[in-house]
Design a protein around this ligand. Structure first.
Ligand SMILES: [Zn+2]
Length: 306
């Protein structure tokens, strides 16, 4: 394991390494870090861990597993109507942005993080507010929130070159992040690298949301399965978000920009209700596959082999 980098003011500890060469980092009294290997310097951030985004352009390759013709395993077996509840915390008492806004956390998704004292959780794309970190997930859990920018994250990182040693975490959560990356394949492979064997990767990803905040690759269920499968994850479960379908996602995210939010939400609920009713009343049916075809996004859980 590499040296820890932590300030004295409550910043989450993590074993951080150079994102370029993965050599240990040494910190100075001001919280800036320097790589023992390649010599790269990483600037301090007031009250937080250093800015560990790469300081020079990096060339990285994602691995793709191309199966022999006619032998591809099917993504369809991973599609589930609802994620199976886990043994982790029941967060149904919590409200606020992380639960109520769009394609976010659900109680079932949170319960799949098998949190226990000493559990190391990476929140990949924690947002400017590092909001999951402010939630009391479970006593003794080491939560590390990272994002590409903002003052709230414990460290600034690039998801394609994570500044953590192999096997550094027991769980990784990423909410509405994969669609914003230039290579979700490479990022998922980085997640697999920093996770310990048996570690859990849980999160959400956009599908039929509009283009937003430089979103890059929106994922179908098939695409999400490929990203996880090719990174080596198993026991993949993919749940279409039923309370965030194509109608709701687009009305909430700017389709009618000048309509007040209360009216927009009413319209979304009404239109979405009519669509689901027609599905049920007609031969098209309200099947799991149909929800997957028209959802605004997916929730997912997968793990590494032990
Ligand atoms: Zn280095």
């Amino acid at each position: 394991m590499a040296d820890s980098v932590a300030n004295d003011d409550g910043v989450a500890r993590a074993d951080v390494v150079c994102p370029a060469c993965r050599a240990p980092l040494a910190t100075d009294a001001h919280g800036a870090a320097r790589c023992d290997g390649c010599g790269a310097g990483y600037p301090a951030r007031p009250g937080c861990g250093p800015d560990l985004r790469p300081r020079q352009a990096l060339v990285r390759e994602a691995t793709h597993r191309i199966p022999p013709g006619g032998t591809a395993p099917s993504w369809r077996a991973s599609l589930v109507p609802e994620l199976r509840p886990g043994t982790g915390p029941n967060l149904s008492h919590l409200e606020g942005e992380i639960f109520t806004l769009g394609n976010r956390l659900s109680t079932a998704l949170a319960s799949r993080l098998e949190l226990r004292p000493g559990y190391r959780l990476l929140d990949l794309g924690c947002g400017a507010a590092n909001s999951l970190g402010s939630v009391s997930l479970s006593p003794g859990v080491h939560h590390v929130g990272v994002d590409y920018e903002g003052d709230g994250p414990d460290y600034l990182v690039d998801a394609h070159a994570l500044p953590f040693a192999d096997d550094s975490f027991d769980g990784v959560i990423s909410l509405a992040v994969l669609e914003h990356l230039r290579s979700p394949h490479l990022a998922a492979q980085e997640v697999a690298r920093v996770l310990a064997p048996g570690g859990v990767f849980a999160g959400t990803v956009a599908f039929l949301e509009p283009f937003h905040e430089e979103s890059t690759f929106h994922h179908s269920a098939h695409g999400l399965w490929l990203v996880l499968h090719e990174a080596g994850f198993v026991d993949i479960e993919i749940e279409p978000n039923r309370s965030w379908d194509v109608v709701q996602a687009n009305l909430e995210m700017g389709l009618l920009p000048h309509v007040p939010s209360l009216l927009r939400r009413l319209l979304a609920r009404l239109t979405s209700g009519v669509v689901h009713l027609v599905w049920r009343l007609t031969r098209t049916g309200a099947s799991l596959e149909r929800y997957a075809e028209f959802t605004g996004g997916f929730r997912f859980v997968a793990r590494l082999p032990r």
